[in-house]
Design a protein around this ligand. Structure first.
Ligand code: AHR
Length: 496
């Protein structure tokens, strides 16, 4: 039998707090991510609260969604907030040019979005329009949302149904300025950001964290320029990285029915997140040694070829055990970099890319990714703890290798010690011997997510094909505790 992997948790050396916003979500006006997926309107037969469907919102509440980013994405740079206020029947219909060229009714606007976050008990991350907007438009949106004065805009908000200012936790100036947000250079964006941000004047107690829209993938020039030039005017720099099985935008790979070579390439590609964070953090550490700036990964997740027969502009894909493993690997990476990575948004919450929930008319199912979020809830606002792994073999297919075990530990807000483990190997279980110096471990208790097939997924016919199961293990007579983690599995346990 293979030797056990030795895992040590240094509970005496607490690291930074894992900001709950690391578990943020992203809801863009894209495909059925909002319309149909969560928003059905108050007159719908589908049970809803202020137009937001009760089944979907109920499921999202159960994973304690802390933050929602809206309205895009690429959509944000074509969104004009005044189109989305006042009586819904009078709002202009626009074309969603980024996503399928479909009609955008503007039925979901600022007030509807804040209804959603209020129902969820989440915070709001509003993405401003730099691409086709202006300093004036953004500054007036900020005033509309956050002013407690008697200004015409604040009174318009009151007339439209919200007496008190909205709480905008984060506000971003544009999105992907290097691409769909305007094909800018970092220097050009920086200059524009400085100008625009000067006019985003919210009252102190309502001031959002300001986000400068950063780079993606291997490009670190954005982090460098922005952290040098915008430090006084920004709270964080965003970053996007998507996991594509083949690593190519043309022929990304399928969401289901993949072979083992695409299982491992997906995991290997997702683990590049750590290199990206390290490279960008080194730059931030140089330009911002006092760690004022956050590094916000405000778009990440798997991106596959769309499902056959669906609108290619809707980015609709299935979600399998592989996606849950991807999510857990990323969580473990984010926790290890909690000093800088203080907020992230998976793309996206419902029906789009790596979604939590898939809907079809009045039905919904939750995905394996949903369960990964649910299992990791104890890590929200927990204090990260250093973990070391020894004797952790690689799992490999051909020349592609990934470490077999990924782990993360933290002291939860309830005082308990939590451990998350991932076994990337789909062919063999692994023994992980736990060691917490200064503590005798009696047992571990929590949940495991695994399945017989690497592409196990839920469907409307079989909505519970994959879901977590209880997991526990106890110390042996020698006082040692070894966790037997099944092949291709995610485990989150409380260590007692
Ligand atoms: O999440 C889908 C799209 O991916 C977003 O709109 C854009 O920012 C990114 O390119």
């Amino acid at each position: 039998a293979a030797e056990a992997v030795n895992l040590t948790i240094d509970a005496a050396k607490p690291g930074p707090v894992i900001n709950k916003d690391v578990y943020g979500q992203f809801a863009e006006h894209l495909g059925t991510g909002i319309y149909e997926g969560i928003w059905v309107g108050p007159k719908s037969k589908i049970p809803n609260t202020k137009g937001w469907r009760n089944d979907v919102v109920g499921a999202l509440k159960a994973i304690h969604v802390p933050l929602v980013r809206w309205p895009g994405g690429c959509f944000a740079d074509e969104y004009h907030w005044r189109d989305g206020i006042g009586p819904r029947e009078k709002r202009p219909v626009k074309v969603n040019t980024n996503w399928g060229g479909v009609d955008e009714s503007n039925a979901v606007g600022t007030h509807e979005f804040f209804d959603l976050v209020e129902i969820l008990g989440a915070d709001a991350y509003v993405n401003g329009n730099l691409g086709t907007g202006s300093a004036q438009e953004m500054s007036e949106w900020i005033e509309y949302m956050t002013s407690d004065s008697k200004s015409t805009l604040a009174n318009m908000r009151r007339k439209n149904g919200h007496e008190k200012p909205f709480k905008v936790a984060y506000f971003a100036v544009g999105n992907e300025a290097w691409g769909c947000g305007g094909n800018m250079s970092p220097q050009y964006y920086s200059d524009l950001y400085k100008q625009v941000e000067t006019f985003l004047r919210a009252p102190k107690q309502y001031r959002p964290k300001m986000i400068a829209s950063g780079g993606n993938d291997n490009d670190t020039t954005w982090s460098d320029t922005l952290s040098k030039q915008l430090k006084k005017q920004t709270d964080g720099i965003s970053f996007h990285y998507y996991t594509i099985p083949t690593g190519k935008w043309e022929g990304k790979g399928a969401s289901t029915g993949f072979q083992e070579n695409e299982w491992i390439s997906t995991l290997a590609n997702t683990l590049h997140m750590e290199d990206h964070i390290k490279r960008n953090s080194e730059i931030l550490d140089k330009n911002d040694p006092e760690k004022k700036l956050g590094f916000y990964v405000d778009e990440w997740g798997t991106w596959y070829d769309v499902e056959k027969g669906t609108n290619p502009g809707f980015l609709f894909q299935q979600n399998t055990l592989r996606d849950a493993v991807v999510a857990a690997l990323n969580f473990n990476i984010f926790h290890a970099h909690a000093d800088r990575v203080r907020m992230t948004n998976i793309a996206q919450m419902v029906n789009v890319l790596q979604a939590m929930i898939i809907t079809d008319k009045d039905k919904m199912i939750v995905t394996p990714t949903y369960y990964a979020y649910q299992m990791y809830v104890p890590f929200q606002n927990a204090t990260s703890l250093p973990v070391t792994l020894q004797n952790n073999p690689d799992y490999s297919v051909g020349a592609v290798k990934v470490p077999e075990i990924s782990a993360s530990a933290a002291r939860g807000t309830d005082g308990k010690l939590y451990l998350a483990l991932v076994n990337t190997n789909p062919n063999k279980e692994a023994d992980v011997a736990l060691n917490v110096p200064g503590q005798t471990i009696k047992s571990v208790k929590g949940n495991v997510l695994t399945a017989a097939a690497t592409d196990a997924h839920n469907t409307f016919q079989a909505p519970n094909a994959i879901k977590p199961a209880p997991f526990s293990a106890a110390a042996g007579a020698d006082g040692k505790l070894t966790v037997k983690i099944p092949a291709k599995a995610v485990i989150v346990v409380a260590v007692e």
